[in-house]
Design a protein around this ligand. Structure first.
Ligand SMILES: NC(=O)c1ccc[n+]([C@@H]2O[C@H](COP(=O)([O-])OP(=O)(O)OC[C@H]3O[C@@H](n4cnc5c(N)ncnc54)[C@H](O)[C@@H]3O)[C@@H](O)[C@H]2O)c1
Length: 295
């Protein structure tokens, strides 16, 4: 059975997130804060998670004020997305507090690092892959299990980067670029598994790593859509070091709009991907880069 298309929705409802909860990883960061506020303004409750113990007090005050003004709710939990053993306990804490089922994820948690490839310390390289790829996977996995448990449809937005498509001029970030490219492929793979039961063959071939895979027929769940967002350069604290070196003004010359972007410019793309407005979009990448990669 396929899930019905939401053709009955009125245009003004296409970007709304009423009666659903959206989880935002990397929730104390610049993009997550801006996007989280727009989720609260669009009728969704928002659960922010991040490795830092708490968001900045002034940021949290603003988030709470927006939630109060819109009749929505915001909560915050500390979680390091690398810490696989802590994911379930944190979700166990979150679950009983929710008014509405978890139906969306914006996976923002990510780190970068710069080194010439020949000198790249292996531990630093591995850490970037672990946070950006495995950490993102662990959160998508936990969120998908919640959606399956509640038998609801959902939308997962993985924040990748245009750096998954190109190599940034003037900054040597091979691990970061590789990790963001991996997120594009992770999203396509998860979209294929979680879109419809027809998408996988029954049974699995045992392997050394997984000698006893389940051969149970797959349970049938409502579809979860999975897409990536690939921003171009954004004016956030992560790009501060680049600005000091004059790189941000160079980057402004490398795209068609002559400037780098602001975090707030990703509100609409994320709302589109989370909401029913993008109901027929899955396994795709939405590149929002001022034309950088089109040149
Ligand atoms: N800033 C840019 O130019 C740019 C461009 C393209 C894509 N992006 C991507 O957008 C996303 C958000 O970036 P941002 O600019 O808001 O950066 P940011 O540093 O402001 O936010 C990232 C957040 O992730 C959190 N985080 C890092 N490691 C974590 C972990 N192990 N567990 C949990 N949380 C962790 C940080 O504490 C931080 O709050 C990132 O994935 C980034 O790669 C950023």
């Amino acid at each position: 059975m396929t899930h019905p298309a939401p053709v009955h929705l009125q245009t003004r409802e296409l970007f709304r997130l009423d009666e659903r909860t959206i989880l935002i990883s990397g929730g104390a960061g610049a993009v997550a804060t801006s996007v989280g506020e727009s989720i609260l303004e669009s009728g969704g409750d928002a659960v922010f998670i991040d490795m830092v113990p708490a968001p900045k007090p002034e940021t949290w005050k603003s988030i709470q004020a927006i939630a109060a003004a819109n009749g929505t709710r915001a909560s915050y939990y500390q979680l390091d997305v690398q810490d696989a053993s802590n994911v379930d306990p944190v979700f166990d804490k979150i679950r009983p507090t929710l008014r509405f089922p978890l139906r969306g994820l914006v996976a923002c948690a990510g780190i970068s690092g710069e080194s010439d490839a020949c000198d790249y310390p292996v531990d630093a390289f591995r850490k970037i892959l672990d946070v950006n790829i495995t950490g993102t996977f662990l959160i998508t996995q936990a969120v998908a299990k919640e959606m399956h448990r509640a038998k609801v449809t959902g939308s997962i937005v993985i924040v990748a980067s245009m750096s998954g498509w190109n190599s940034n001029k003037g900054i040597n970030t091979s691990a970061y670029n590789a990790s963001k490219s991996a997120l594009h492929q992770l999203a396509r793979s998860l979209a294929a598994e979680w879109g419809h039961p027809q998408n996988t063959f029954l049974g699995s071939t045992p392997s050394e790593l997984n000698p006893n895979p389940s051969n149970e027929p797959r349970a049938i769940y409502p579809p979860i859509r999975v897409n990536t967002l690939s921003p171009g350069h954004i004016d956030t604290p992560i790009s501060e070091a680049a600005r000091v070196r004059g790189l941000t003004s160079e980057w402004s010359k490398q795209n068609m709009l002559g400037r780098i972007s602001q975090a707030a410019e990703f509100r609409a793309p994320v709302l589109f991907l989370l909401s029913d407005g993008s109901s027929y979009m899955t396994g795709a990448d939405l590149r929002v880069d001022g034309g950088h990669c089109a040149w």
